[in-house]
Design a binder for this molecule. Structure first.
Ligand SMILES: Cc1cc2nc3c(=O)[nH]c(=O)nc-3n(C[C@H](O)[C@H](O)[C@H](O)COP(=O)(O)OP(=O)(O)OC[C@H]3O[C@@H](n4cnc5c(N)ncnc54)[C@H](O)[C@@H]3O)c2cc1C
Length: 252
């Protein structure tokens, strides 16, 4: 049984793009239909494989943005202008197209809705994607663990899922969201543009005494810096889970 599950995850499947929608000027959510999707946990990712007409193929990893929901899956891809794969996914792919994927992958950077402890989510840029799957899973299942999201992004226009995050943080369900803008801030914003630092963490994140579980995701430098700040603030390293988004190569 276990062997069959492992083989299933490593098998490439052909998904069909059901819809695409713009998340920001540079990022797009891709909705996929997968007839035999085995289901996933919040925080897991898939591999996507693109193959050119001449047979050249390359793979990249993308976090699952959606809560588990039957045969449907959502990814959100941020365009890297000089990238090999993301421009195709974020600009060219459209409804009706096939897309090869395999997964779900990952068993450490996952949140299970039965966990009761407070959760601290910290995202840099597109690192918010797997954290959004956790927020959506919590909401879909009516879980009660209190969640805080600290979301570092270049500016308000670059933030993913803005309207949904606002609604979820205003519906009294126990999610709070704090933005850290690194380049452009809205008018009358209380903080100048800047990176997540110890002061902001002390203000926006759960205190270590609450013994939260922390999920930190984003570019490698961001993740390392935030994880160091959490440890310096007294958080138990064993309760900090990290996922680094890049840069990734293609096939060796
Ligand atoms: C587990 C995992 C989950 C991921 N989930 C997502 C996701 O949900 N959404 C998403 O948009 N991306 C995600 N990524 C990143 C994604 O896999 C690709 O690295 C990214 O889309 C760039 O691919 P590319 O082929 O366009 O660029 P490449 O051709 O690989 O690289 C182009 C240039 O960009 C640099 N670069 C590559 N990746 C990054 C990066 N992430 N940040 C900054 N610079 C980079 C490279 O050094 C190079 O200079 C994830 C990565 C991992 C490991």
């Amino acid at each position: 049984m276990a062997r069959a599950t492992v083989l299933g995850r490593l098998t490439w499947r052909v998904a069909t793009v059901a819809a695409v929608r713009d998340e920001t000027q540079n990022a797009r959510t891709i909705v996929l239909d997968l007839p035999d999707w085995p289901g996933h946990l919040a925080g897991q990712h898939v591999d996507v494989r693109l193959t050119a007409p001449d047979g050249y193929s390359t793979e990249r990893s993308y976090s699952i943005a959606s809560a588990p929901e039957g045969n449907r899956l959502e990814l959100t891809v941020d365009l890297l202008p000089d990238g090999e794969v993301s421009p195709y996914l974020a600009r060219v792919l459209s409804a009706g197209d096939p897309l090869e994927i395999r997964g779900p992958i990952g068993g450490w950077f996952v949140w299970r809705p039965e966990r009761p402890e407070p959760v601290q989510l910290i995202a840099g840029g597109s690192g918010v994607v797997p954290l959004m799957a956790m927020i959506r899973t919590r909401e879909a299942g009516g879980a009660r663990a209190p969640f805080r999201l600290l979301y570092s992004t270049r500016g308000p226009e670059a933030a993913f899922y803005r309207d949904e995050l606002r609604r979820s943080s205003e519906n009294g369900s126990g999610l709070s969201v704090t933005y850290a803008y690194t380049r452009e801030v809205p008018q009358d914003w209380e903080r100048p543009p800047g990176r997540v630092d110890a002061g902001l963490l002390a203000q926006a994140a759960w205190a270590p005494e609450r013994e939260p579980i922390s999920f930190v995701c984003g570019p490698t430098g961001f993740v390392e810096n935030v994880a160091d700040l959490l440890v310096s603030a007294g958080h138990d390293p064993a309760r900090i889970r990290t996922e680094r988004f890049g840069p990734s190569g293609g096939q060796p």
